[in-house]
Design a protein around this ligand. Structure first.
Ligand code: SF4
Length: 489
């Protein structure tokens, strides 16, 4: 356990997430206590972290269970705003943790989910690559490799977005919160469609109502991209998909879209009929996601499909005319090692997808799965960084460039998720949602809107997560968004 003693709650979240990155398996207990008292607390079992911060001084002391003390201090000589002060605070915390563990983190003090936002903003504001690099390294103590990666991605993002007049546009996200079965590691609010079959009709109806509203909601911007995600949208029947896509086609000018993506997702939900419906209604990009091509892993993580079904779904999608297919992989899956990832990469090679998204496993500890998750933790790989290296080498050798990246809470080995694509096959929506550069109107249960104002500020609203609540309260969800639009954001 790590016992954390804070003087106040001003940076509690930052302390929790950064110490979690160093001491992954330690449970955290936070107590408020004056530093002078906290620094004398000892324990034969626990790690003790005492934190002090006021306007001028930041002091931290970390005592390991054997009684060894590690200390770090910083004196602030100039007045700083909260953001810069927070950077100093996190640097002191980072350094004391490095002293105690002898380990550096590849992303330094960056614990947020969008590390490319920093270099992107520097480049967009014309401050240049060198200034962005210095800021990443000096302010966030980010390692060279990750600084290079985030800069490469940010440059590509900026080039792609600059070509589409993104500030004059907006995008639509539509959430389908159903899946054929629920994966063990799932951190989304998704429902097994079998158990919810009596709600699907009503869900599609409610969604169509929200879509109809969205058609006239944003009058001064042009719709650039649509993304249907989940969940697994293809777990809907071909008939339900057709109702939904027909409504989208009637409501929006789909032909003028830059991109219309559907996350088909699970191969066990894909049929030729559904693939034909997607094509018929203007979908330009789909995702078919094996995650791994190792059958035993698929069973272990509760994905009720086989590697063979992945290949069959791909063949069907090509036959139905889909010429922009993404494939998702996950590294760090339980029971796997670098050899398993190498096998997966060999197996997907003949499929030759247009893009490849490589996720590092992030586990959200859900109480009802605690027992299974504990078993899974015992099987966690120790060579995730090697796995990631294999995937990035594979991407480079097969003509894929990294074009977006993001991180998640509890992500394996503090790594990141990286989207790779062949030139011209990048998913613009993925960049837009990460960089928060234009409004994303999000529809469906649990969907989260981001309204981006003229000054770049972001206002969020979220729909209720429960399918039943969403069906009953869809008018209220619409009104929530209306209120933000009326406010001018
Ligand atoms: S397919 Fe994705 S959304 Fe569905 S249960 Fe698995 S992880 Fe969750």
């Amino acid at each position: 356990m790590i016992r954390i003693y804070l003087e106040n709650d001003s940076f509690e979240h930052d302390v929790r997430s950064l110490t979690k990155a160093f001491f992954k398996k330690e449970e955290q207990v936070v107590t408020y206590m004056p530093y002078e008292e906290a620094k004398n607390v000892t324990s034969d079992e626990d790690i003790i972290l005492a934190v002090f911060n006021d306007k001028e001084d930041i002091k931290m002391q970390l005592r390991d269970p054997s009684g060894v003390l590690h200390t770090e201090e910083f004196h602030i000589t100039e007045k700083k705003d909260r953001r810069l002060y927070k950077n100093d605070f996190k640097k002191v915390l980072y350094k004391v943790c490095v002293k105690a563990t002898g380990t550096e983190l590849p992303w330094g003090t960056l614990t947020g989910i969008r590390p490319t936002k920093v270099p992107f903003d520097f480049l967009e504001n014309g401050e240049g690559e060198e200034a962005a690099r210095r800021f990443m390294e000096d302010e966030y103590l980010c390692g060279k490799e990750k600084t290079d990666l985030s800069l490469e991605v940010a440059k590509r993002e900026l080039k792609l977005l600059s070509a589409i007049d993104y500030k004059e546009g907006y995008s639509i996200y539509i959430g389908i919160p159903f899946c054929p079965s629920i994966c063990l590691y799932c951190s989304f609010s998704s429902y097994a469609i079998g158990a919810y079959k009596n709600y699907v009709d009503k869900y599609v109806d409610a969604l169509c109502k929200e879509i109809e509203w969205a058609g006239t909601a944003i009058k001064d911007k042009v719709l650039k991209t649509i993304y249907i995600g989940g969940g697994t949208p293809s777990s809907l029947s071909a008939e339900h998909l057709e109702i939904l896509l027909k409504k989208i086609n009637e409501t929006f000018n789909v032909k003028d879209l830059l991109e219309f993506s559907v996350e088909a997702g699970r191969p066990d939900s894909i049929t030729m009929e559904k693939l034909v419906v997607l094509k018929k209604y203007g979908v330009t990009r789909i995702s078919i996601n094996p995650q791994t091509m190792n059958e035993s892993t698929l069973k272990l993580i509760g994905r009720a499909h086989t590697p063979e079904q992945v290949k069959e779904a791909y063949a069907m999608a090509r036959q139905a005319g889909h010429d922009n297919i993404n494939l998702d992989l996950i590294i760090g899956l339980p029971g796997e090692n670098a050899d398993s990832v190498a096998y997966t990469l060999r197996e997907i090679e003949p499929l030759n997808p247009e893009s490849l998204t490589v996720h590092a496993l992030a586990i959200k500890r859900a109480a009802n799965l605690k027992e299974q998750l504990d078993k899974m933790y015992a099987l966690m790989p120790t060579d995730a960084a090697k796995m990631q290296q294999l995937t990035s080498e594979y991407a480079a050798a097969h003509g894929y460039d990294p074009y977006y990246l993001y991180r998640q809470k509890n992500i394996t080995d503090n790594l990141e998720n990286i989207g790779y694509a062949k030139e011209g096959k990048e998913c613009l929506y993925n960049i837009l949602i990460m960089e928060e550069k234009h409004t994303i109107l999000a529809l469906g249960a649990g969907a989260a809107c981001k309204f981006v104002g003229a000054d770049g500020s972001v206002t969020r609203t979220e729909n209720v997560k429960s399918v039943k609540d969403y069906i009953e309260r869809v008018s209220e969800m619409i009104e929530r968004k209306e209120a933000v639009i009326r406010s001018g954001y």
